[in-house]
Design a protein. Structure first.
Length: 278
């Protein structure tokens, strides 16, 4: 079997299972199996693949047909130009989250200490450490498997992040921070069942579930955040597509001022930055 035949076979199978990104997904999966980039596939349609490679490819195509995200199948995802290992212990980074990182980088100056709450695979903290000049980046997560993955990602990207294991709900830091950044779980519990199968059947609900109204983590951060911050410290948060008003309200009623809000590539308010008034 050659590359062209394998791609046609994979695309047809994914198409039958209603995977709308069938062409790209088949290419990415075959690239992964062969250890060649997509350009090689497109320029060498007659290159023969071994039986073993074909079997491996077919088994991965079946996983995708069963809605497993490509990033989990190949074990990696690119974010802000860096490569990250991902597995089912953490969410797959979304392009929307680049706005959160960019907003936080705007507040970076030398001597700034930053804390990320709920780091997952570590992408936010690692991008901040890579692209910014912070004094130190600390990052907390409740899940030990996530912390292991995040540490592996920091090492692979040659940056130093101080990972902390713990629950944000009983977190007592041993220092105060200039900036707290978070993409917390923000999906209302009853909505999780309505998400795409790729998300609800594979990504960790622990990282998605924001409680009955989706706002549990914002409420906690609004109430306790000031005790983890230096005077006039800042908090930068990713929010759900319809949460700008409710999150603004939560922080305003806890003595914060809104510094800015930023939209994602789909023109949806995705990030809010606030500072404590004293
Ligand atoms: N953006 C994610 C989604 O829509 C949710 C991430 C989160 O809860 N922080 O699936």
């Amino acid at each position: 079997m050659n590359i062209k035949q394998a791609l046609t076979e994979g695309i047809e199978k994914l198409n039958r299972f209603k995977i709308s990104t069938c062409v790209l997904d088949a290419q990415v999966i075959l690239s992964f199996v062969l250890g060649k980039d997509r350009l090689f596939l497109l320029t060498n349609p007659l290159y023969n693949i071994t039986n073993e490679q074909h079997q491996h490819y077919s088994s991965l195509i079946m996983r995708r047909a069963d809605d497993e995200p490509v990033a989990y199948i190949i074990g990696e995802k690119e974010f802000m130009g860096l490569k990250f290992n991902v597995d089912k212990s953490t969410l797959i980074p979304r392009p929307d989250t680049e706005v959160l990182v960019e907003t936080t980088l705007n507040f970076c100056s030398s001597g700034t200490d930053v804390l990320e709450l709920g780091t997952g695979s570590g992408v936010i903290a690692i991008c901040l450490a890579h692209y910014g000049k912070f004094l130190q980046v600390d990052a907390l997560d409740i899940n030990t498997d996530a912390i292991k993955m995040a540490q592996k990602n920091a090492d692979a990207n040659n940056v130093v992040v101080n990972f902390l294991h713990g629950d944000v709900f009983d977190f007592i830091p041993d220092k105060d921070y200039d900036i707290i950044v978070s993409n917390p779980p923000y999906i209302p519990t009853h909505i999780i069942d309505t998400l795409a199968p790729t998300v609800k059947n594979y990504e960790p609900h622990l990282a998605l579930n924001g409680g009955a109204d989706g706002l549990d983590f914002y409420r906690l951060i609004a109430e306790r955040g000031s005790s983890w911050l230096k005077p006039k410290g800042k908090i930068v948060l990713e929010i759900g597509y319809d949460q700008l008003n409710s999150v603004t309200e939560l922080f305003s009623s806890n003595d914060y001022n809104v510094i800015c809000t930023n939209k994602d590539i789909n023109d949806i308010s995705r990030v809010i930055a606030v500072s404590h008034s004293h």
